[in-house]
Every structure is written in structure tokens, then in C-alpha cells.
Design a binder for this molecule. Structure first.
Ligand SMILES: NC(=O)c1ccc[n+]([C@@H]2O[C@H](COP(=O)([O-])OP(=O)(O)OC[C@H]3O[C@@H](n4cnc5c(N)ncnc54)[C@H](OP(=O)(O)O)[C@@H]3O)[C@@H](O)[C@H]2O)c1
Length: 281
């Protein structure tokens, strides 16, 4: 199988390097293009045999499956560029949540899928969210599922749930890291602890917590109960957190959804064709 990647920024590079690292693909099976040549050269220095394409059209012509890893508003012009070169048996995979499968099916004469990857795939971990368009048959779905299984846990979702699911799987590492950073900053400031030491402790704690939740058979509320003895220090701190964080997560979800809606509105204007049915959440 030949796999193309258009856009080798943060996530395009994560996918490419994870596919190679976890032996889903060998470098010679990958065809890549990016607006700026420098990023391609850095990758080709790191991975001998990688195919650097002159432009996006060449990536499309050389590949069976093509991951499109550009930002939402960079999509419409890219589609114009490649639309005469896609073939009906090719699979184009968008990694961008506000770009709808119907936007792409209306514009490209090929099979369309959407995935939301996560930076955690860098270490072969985390869930990838998968949505299949109408033109994929079972074999196509299996191919994409198998490819993603090398680097992640693929989970099929409804497109209407893409935003809220991405909040957890894809934005989540940034949100949790923000929480940790604030906590570590306070520890360093208030107790003079070594930042490195506390960061190491926090990271090990997060790894262990993740394992307990994924492999240890416990839910987040159960885990809190296991640690927080009634009347103890953790229980008192949790009560304080509960009070301080009141409404924070509702506001977080409103923010991600509002930005998504704004992007979707822009994309509706940029994409030609019939009006898109907006997902309901
Ligand atoms: N980062 C994440 O954790 C994450 C997770 C899930 C999904 N996503 C989604 O992935 C998409 C890309 O995000 P990102 O963080 O990887 O952004 P990014 O680092 O800015 O990467 C986008 C890349 O696309 C290239 N590009 C733009 N227009 C192009 C064109 N017409 N032809 C070829 N290449 C083009 C850019 O080239 P230049 O080098 O010229 O800038 C850049 O390297 C976004 O829609 C984002 O929502 C990201």
C-alpha cells in the first residue's frame, strides 16, 4: 500500500513518524508534500527512502490512501488543486474536525473518511476517532482501521460527535498538561520544590492513573474514592477543587464548540456545492 501525507506540520509529522516507528509502513511506501519544502527535507533526512513529492498532485497520483493534514481554512484551495487528479478507488482521509465528510464528498470523486488523531500517537498510544464516508466498503474500512491500529486505538464515532470526542482524545493532552503546569508552578512557587523533580512525579502519576483507568478496571469516580479517605487531606482538597472549578468544564466545552461553529461557517462559504447539513450536538 502507498500512503500520501499532504501537510507535514505538527500532526502530519506525528502520523508519518508513528507509522514508520510502529512499523505500519516503511518510508518507501510514504509520499509526502508540504507548502514549505524545509519540513519535507528535515523528514527525509531522518527517514531514508521517504518519497518527497514536487507538489500535492504528485502525492495524490502516487498514493492509494492520502491523509490531508492541513488546517481547516487551508482545505478549500487544496481541494481545488487536487480534485482533477483523484481517482474513485482512492481514499482521502481528512484529519480536521470542522471539515465535514459531505464537504469533501461533494467536492472529490473518491472515497472519503475523517479521523481525529492525537499527539499521543507519537508513542503509539491514545484513541484515534474514525468516521467513514458513504463510498467506503468493508475492505476500505478494514484497511484504515488496521493502519491506525499500529499507532493508536481506533474508535468509530458519529460525525456529529466529533467535536466533543476530540475535546477529550485530541485536545485533552493539552488541557491536562495545562492543569499540570499550573499545579507544578504553584508547587515550585509555594514550596521551593525542584521543578524537574515535581514534573517527573506528576508525569509518573499521570501514566499510572491512565493505566489504572484503561487496564485497572476502575472509573474516574472510583479512583477518587480509592484515594480520598473521608475526612482526610485528599478529600478536603477535592472539595476545594470542586468548589473552585464550578462551571469550568461547561465553559471549556462551550468554547471549543463555538470555535468549531465559526470554522464550520467559514468552511460552508468556502466549499461550493449543496448546503451542508450541520451536525447536531
Ligand atoms: N496538532 C494536533 O494535536 C492535532 C490533533 C488532531 C487534529 N489536528 C488537526 O490537524 C490539522 C493540522 O494541524 P497541525 O497542528 O498539524 O497544523 P500545522 O502544524 O500548521 O500543519 C499544517 C501543515 O499544512 C501545510 N500546508 C498548508 N497548506 C498546504 C497546502 N496547500 N499544501 C500542502 N501543505 C500545506 C503547512 O505548511 P507550512 O509549512 O507552509 O506551514 C503545515 O506544515 C488541523 O486541522 C488540526 O485541527 C491537529
Amino acid at each position: 500500500m502507498k500512503v500520501g501525507i499532504i501537510g507535514t506540520g505538527s500532526m502530519g509529522s506525528v502520523l508519518l513518524e508513528a507509522f514508520i516507528e510502529f512499523r505500519a509502513l516503511q518510508p518507501h511506501q510514504l509520499f509526502i508534500s508540504n507548502r514549505t519544502l524545509k519540513k519535507l527535507l528535515v523528514l527525509s533526512e531522518r527517514h531514508e527512502g521517504l518519497n518527497i513529492c514536487r507538489n500535492n498532485i504528485q502525492t495524490v497520483r502516487c498514493s492509494d490512501v492520502i491523509f490531508v493534514c492541513v488546517k481547516p481554512l487551508q482545505f478549500a484551495s487544496l481541494i481545488q488543486e487536487i480534485k482533477n487528479d483523484v481517482r474513485p478507488n482512492q481514499l482521502i482521509v481528512s484529519i480536521t474536525s470542522p471539515v465535514q465528510i459531505s464537504h469533501l464528498e461533494n467536492s472529490l470523486d473518491c472515497k472519503i473518511a475523517k479521523i481525529i488523531p492525537s499527539v499521543t500517537h507519537k508513542i503509539g498510544s491514545g484513541a484515534s476517532l474514525v468516521m467513514y464516508g458513504n463510498r467506503l466498503d468493508e475492505k476500505d474500512k478494514q484497511i484504515l482501521h488496521d493502519l491506525l491500529s499500529y499507532i493508536s486505538k481506533p474508535m468509530e464515532i458519529k460525525e456529529s460527535q466529533a467535536r466533543i470526542n476530540s475535546d477529550f482524545s485530541s485536545c485533552g493532552p493539552a488541557f491536562i498538561s495545562f492543569f499540570l503546569t499550573k499545579w507544578i508552578d504553584a508547587a515550585v512557587e509555594m514550596t521551593g520544590s525542584s521543578r524537574e523533580e515535581i514534573t517527573c512525579l506528576a508525569s509518573e502519576m499521570l501514566l499510572g492513573t491512565g493505566k489504572l483507568l484503561t487496564q485497572g478496571g476502575v472509573t474516574p469516580p472510583q479512583l477518587q474514592e480509592m484515594v480520598a479517605v473521608p475526612g482526610g487531606i485528599t478529600a478536603q482538597a477535592l472539595s476545594q477543587l470542586n468548589h473552585s472549578l464550578d462551571g469550568v468544564f461547561h465553559r471549556l466545552i462551550s468554547t471549543t464548540h463555538q470555535k468549531y461553529d465559526e470554522d464550520l461557517e467559514e468552511l460552508d462559504k468556502l466549499f461550493d456545492g449543496p448546503k451542508i447539513n450541520r451536525p447536531q450536538y
